[in-house]
Ligand binder design. Sequence first.
Ligand code: SF4
Length: 177
Amino acid sequence: MLKIYKESWIDDWYETKWRQEEYRARGEKSLKKFYEVIRNEPPDVMELEKGFNLKVGEYTIRGVIDRVDKLADGRVAIVDYKTGEAKSEEKVDKDQLLIYQMAAVEVFGWEVARLAYYYLDNNQAVIFLGDSNELDKIKKKITNLIDGIMTYDFTATPSQHICRYCDFKEICESREI
Ligand code: SF4
């Protein structure tokens, strides 16, 4: 793993050499910890980087699922890797994995047992599964978002959390930070 990591590392995008080395070392540490965690009980990985096209109403959305594990009972577990440290289930934004759950069921016909955001900084997962109510809500949310894009409705919807990580925060007049 470390050999692949070294060969795949790209030096670009870092403000300073020091920053670059800090991230490279952090990645190496995460990989070592990840290996320790999974080597005793390796998952039965069924798919990696699995792409899909999902119909939502009249629209089609595309996505790529990081990892799909096959479980002993024939169902699947869907894993999405995240940098950073694990949050509590109440604090995570579930939308991405809920979309993957819909794609798993509707596109591939898999029975989903669980969804997991896997945080590489501390090797912890936040695990949940969407119920029919949550899946209905996410479908409506996607349709509304795309409707807004198609009608050129770009009204800002700032929030402290979203604006903090936004690439346009320096020039945006609506930012909330
Ligand atoms: S900074 Fe502006 S563009 Fe970025 S998320 Fe906030 S409101 Fe939206």
